[in-house]
Design a binder for this molecule. Sequence first.
Ligand SMILES: [Zn+2]
Length: 314
Amino acid sequence: MLAAHLGLTGARVAVTDLDGDVLADRFVDVDVARGPDALLHLLHATFEELSAEAATGPVVGVGVGTPSTFELKAYARGHGLSAAGWDRDHFRDALAQRFRVPVLLDLDVAMLALAEHRASWPDAEVLVCVKLGTLIDAAVVVRGVPIRGADGLAGELGHIKVVDADDPCVCGSIGCLDAVASGSALVRQMATAGRPVDHVSQIIQLANDGDQDAVHLIRRSGRRIGEVLSSVVNLLNPAGISLWGYLTEAESLLAGIRESLYQTALPGSSEHLRLAPTSLGDLAGVRGAALSVTDTVLEPRAVERAVLTGSWSA
Ligand SMILES: [Zn+2]
């Protein structure tokens, strides 16, 4: 399998076996300002280098996890870029043409959640996976399958309203969790506090070094995330909440989430709830991308078609 987890500034690219175990991988810097075709070219080249490195047999599928449309739009707006050409169909077609195998593009958070469920929560009937980065996003896995919703918009945790907030959000609304608790919100809040930084990772570093402004803002962010998650817990009674993304590297964030989540959620629902950072680290996205493809490529009808035609092509 060829697998990639595309972020807005970098991508993890890998070759895996059919179990999603990574045989070779590399992190490459992404510059979305150069446009979609430059990114495709980079992906093609990196896939080919890694295939040579891993010295595997034929490729049977390509899986790519991408940010949501909200994330892409927000990033484009923030950096004065055009969102044109960033079309999933264009990406899928270009990759299928190049490698002549089935190609699956999906939301990165759904792929992360799938990998996390298989690796650490195989018995969980309901698992919630939350991505806490520049923006906030989530996926809900029910009996091993990430759910999509009627319009593919299930899991938009970042756009649930929080109490006493009226900050404008990238979705066009006000008072969303994303607008008050995400990495980009933290960067804005530090600037307002007279402590401008370029990237949220600097705030996390400051907080972990004991800077009181940073600790206070991150903890408040955690409390707001916990407040929203308590409704999710009451509704779904998940076995666990798995947390992914660079905000989880701040100790004060987890403390803030626990503080409000266990205070607000129904005691019976949260009593056995496990709240844990991802167990798969940086490779969660590519593992999930590979597993998503395996599920599709090795689906009984696809195997039958491959046997009859002698080819894995879709
Ligand atoms: Zn919103």
